[in-house]
Write a protein that binds this ligand. Sequence first.
Ligand code: NOJ
Ligand code: CA
Length: 711
Amino acid sequence: MKMKRVFFWFVALGFLSATVLQAQIPTISSPNKSFKAEVWLNENGVLTYSLSFKNQAVVKASKLGFVLSYQEKTNFFSDFELVKADTSSSFSTWKPVLGEESEITDNHHELYVEVKQKETGRVLGVRFRLFDDGLGFRYEFPAQKNLSFFVISDELTEFALTGDHQTFWIPGDYDSNEYAYSKTPLSQIKAQTAHPYNNLAYRLVSNDSLIQTPALMKTDKGLYMLIFEAGVRNFPVMFADVDRSKFVYKAHLVPDPSGNKARVQTPDVTPWRTIHVSEKAETLLSSRMTLNLNEPSKIEDTSWIKPMKYVGIWWGMHVGVYSWNYTDTNTVKLGITDWNSLKPHGRHGATTERVISFIDFAAKHGFDGVLVEGWNVGWEGWSGPFKEWIFDFVTPYPDFDIEYISKYAKEKGVKMIMHHETAAGVVTYERQLQDAMDVMVQYGYPAVKTGYVGTLSPIGEHHDGQTMSEHYYWVAQEMAKHQLMVNMHESHRLSGVHRTYPNWIASEAARGNEFNAWSAGNPPEHETILPFTRLMGGPMDYTPGIFEIKLSHYNPDNKYSVKTTLVKQLALYVTMYSPLQMAADLPENYERYADAFQFIKDVGVDWSESKVIAAEPGDYIVIARKEKGTEEWFLGGITDEEKREFTVKLDFLTDKQNYMAEIYQDGKDAHWDKNPKSYEIKKQKVTSKSKLKLKLAEGGGVAIRYYPINK
Ligand code: NOJ
Ligand code: CA
């Protein structure tokens, strides 16, 4: 890693007037000069910034600052004077433990501005970093004279946009990001929550102009913009309050039970507020600014952090074939402790016998792991109103022989993936975490999937509030101490923090494939939007690979269905980046479509190179990736409800090398609704000079494996 400081200067001019001071804060530009950020104190001493891209404003004059609680003077946004303004630049490269490429470049110019409130003497810093893909800035709270603690009642950060941009948004639900996206002009945003499993009054959005970030936009000049954040830790998630007539986003922090937003002990910093701008959708997807703004790995020896492809006792519960719970007895009401005394209802999924058959299946087809949900006691009451003291993360149901299962898995070379559904009973989980991790270590489980379904306990806390952001981070830290990997469902969305704790291998934190099992599901465009929004923060455990698309397969009355073709389910392994990928369907469905299943067995999960070939949010994505440690490439292409054709140059392949392309494509009559399971598989010799014409059906996809051959 090489770091060079190119220039640095220091200004301390407390006695000059605001207008003169304005001239003292240097303008910074990005390394390739396409971005320019200006920062100044306005006539009221309000710190203000603006951003331009190729000499066009993309963010107009926007205010910064806070309102505080419990202080005589709550205003922490005006009356500032400049203390100092330092600039520097940095160029370095670093290697992610798991990722979309083996090396990432961090090249940025920095400006640190420190201001002091004239009347109160309180000091605030803002650090700006300008990259060739956008701007990141964060607040810094230096140690103060006689003040070690701030309570923030509001963050005032603005993003004043230049027009009524097309926006891809989900409503500002403090407790869930599991929504399909709406696409409207900014002025037409009307956010309402309609979450299928939780509609208790206090979690509804009262303000219909409140949306979540990342918020993706397309301007009338064709620029792609993303308002997001990086490095969320011990701070609430930032949503955006949209001024629909002035086109201004204002930061909206998820509140705590008292209605305040955040507590800060100085010295401390906030997460980075980020603005990505790109002329091409493809380059937005390739931006690594979010990762670059996060701290390097805090785990020194990362050799135990491994990518994983896994199967599991999971989809069967979602489609109603078997259950998480062991008995129909209301154990919560009765306070049952003797589980052996209960009569099983016979539909329990996580039985020793079934787990063994999944281990055999994983071993036979080369999967790394088996996830088992419903192995531990507590599922009888998990969806009820009581959150705490229901789940036990140590005690298996009587028909789950953890000792035998773990021994069997070890013999077969398969890793078991633990499951901790907390039902959002966070106190119980924190209380039991040490014991729960001890069980994992004792039985050799290297990874855990956690879950936070439902309304949070303690009541009044939110999934996206400060307490929980610290909780998720703490869980990742604790797991790291035991060399355990964690995949969080229903947590806040990643904001690149998996760079710092790479054992935080993935998160769900968006609307996953599971919604297709028991709800109106995910529209065909859904998977073409997620990589531009949720995945800009990090990998998602989307759980692709469903082959039995129509759920009437299980029960003629079940009208739900996955809204893709079978081939699109294959393509998602490439387009939906995650080093943890599930083959989510039931083993018997894979046995029936063994030829298509081969792609899931072959596809990589950790990459040395990624090339975004074509992309448009809401329409299509085509990506090629080279598997880390091999010479194989994989291509995934997906489309929304429209059929499409692409001619793809294979110039990403190594020159003068012959390859076999194994092409999995939609059948001629394929259609996500009318004929989703129609597919064709063909082989073709190719080189880097070849071009391939790809045809994707409505709601369809294409998946290709390229491997070197001699001639
Ligand atoms: C929601 C998770 O996303 C899903 O994967 C899991 O099966 C259920 N909760 C039960 O924990
Ligand atoms: Ca979920």
